[in-house]
Design a protein around this ligand. Structure first.
Ligand code: FAD
Length: 320
């Protein structure tokens, strides 16, 4: 028994995943689910998504009404997992998403709204390539929220918010169906991004992943022109085994890292950034905002979340 276990282990591909943000941890979980071995290499000292990683955040929007149909299909399948997976569901808040043009809509503002609603309603297929329609799953014991709909009046907008906020919405959220185009997608919301990413890492470790912290990968090890491992800036080295791969999931660092690793130009990714503001609300303010939908102005890129359990409200400005 021991011998066969050892020989199975000896044949298992062992991959090196660089970066423990959501892409790295998700990659690790999928490889582990296929019976492969994984070592995650992360530059943060504790091996979790770094404090400056995009994934390590109070919250992120979860939605499937993206204008790109492939991304929208991927997100629609992911949202059912957010609702039902014991690992992810505790971190998902399906409060809905309200998208509006603002008082100075772009020329294609109306088309954006129609396309977003169409994407939210579109049937998508399972990811297995068999052409089987994907069936959305509600949270246990719940029904699916209603589908996305256009907002044609201020009364439509008010109905999206808890009563405590309706008389405080302000000019930015008035005149829907007039100077503004807007829709609400109740099958959307936000996730506790950092908490979910850290929980996924713990799950990967439980399933056998090794995690190396303070591992700032700076170069590749090659044998006969084939990548067989990586070296960190402190000189430590890790090697793949049994045909395992090196998978770079370095987020906004990927552009510089790929250049440093000698990847041929043009490099496939360019980092961008957004300005984030965190506001500490008091208990009364926090209660008033509870269960408010995420609000996103698609003309300016500004968006705002309901506060988290500590009363921290996040707003995000335009991308740079
Ligand atoms: C402000 C902001 C708001 C966003 N809002 C949303 C949203 O609402 N909804 C949404 O879906 N998406 C949103 N995104 C995008 C989303 O957050 C990112 O696409 C996602 O988190 C990227 O994950 P990642 O794992 O690729 O990168 P990251 O989370 O950045 O993780 C990369 C990891 O790699 C590590 N690393 C880097 N270089 C090395 C190295 N050389 N060696 C070892 N480790 C290394 C880093 O330390 C880091 O922990 C937002 C992004 C930002 C910045």
């Amino acid at each position: 028994m021991a011998a066969s276990t050892t020989s199975a282990a000896a044949q298992t591909p062992h991959h090196l995943v660089v970066g423990a943000g959501v892409f790295g941890v998700s990659t690790a979980l999928h490889l582990l689910a296929r019976g492969h071995a994984v070592t995650l290499l992360e530059r943060s000292p504790d091996g979790r998504a770094a404090v400056d990683a995009a994934s390590n955040d109070v919250n992120k929007i979860i939605r499937a009404d993206y204008q790109d149909k492939h991304y929208a299909a991927l997100a629609k399948r992911a949202i059912s997992a957010w609702r039902t997976s014991p690992l992810y569901a505790p971190f998902y808040h399906e409060v809905g998403l309200l998208l509006h043009s603002g008082p100075r809509p772009p020329k294609d503002g109306r088309a954006y709204v129609q396309n977003g609603i169409a994407r939210a309603h579109a049937e998508v297929l399972e990811s297995d390539g068999a052409g089987v329609p994907f069936v959305e799953t509600p949270a246990p014991g719940c029904e699916l929220p209603p589908k996305a709909r256009q907002l044609k009046s201020d009364a439509d907008t008010d109905a999206c918010f808890p009563p405590s906020l309706r008389d405080q919405l302000g000019a930015a959220l008035r005149d829907m169906g007039g100077s503004q185009s807007a829709y609400v997608n109740p099958r959307a919301g936000w996730a506790e991004a950092g908490n979910a990413t850290h929980a996924a890492l713990r799950e990967a470790v439980r399933l056998g992943a090794r995690v190396e912290g303070s591992a700032v990968v700076t170069s590749l090890l090659r044998e006969g022109g084939i990548v067989v491992g990586v070296r960190a800036e402190d000189g430590r080295e890790w090697r793949t085994q049994q045909g395992g791969k090196v998978v770079i999931c370095a987020g906004a660092w990927a552009h510089d890292l790929l250049r440093r690793l000698g990847a041929p130009a043009p490099h496939p990714c360019t980092p961008s950034a957004q300005s984030v503001i965190l506001l500490q609300l008091d208990d009364e303010q926090r209660a008033a905002f509870r269960s408010a939908p995420v609000v996103l102005n698609f003309s300016t890129g500004f968006y705002i979340f309901e506060p988290d359990e500590h009363g921290v409200l996040k707003c995000v400005g335009a991308a740079h």
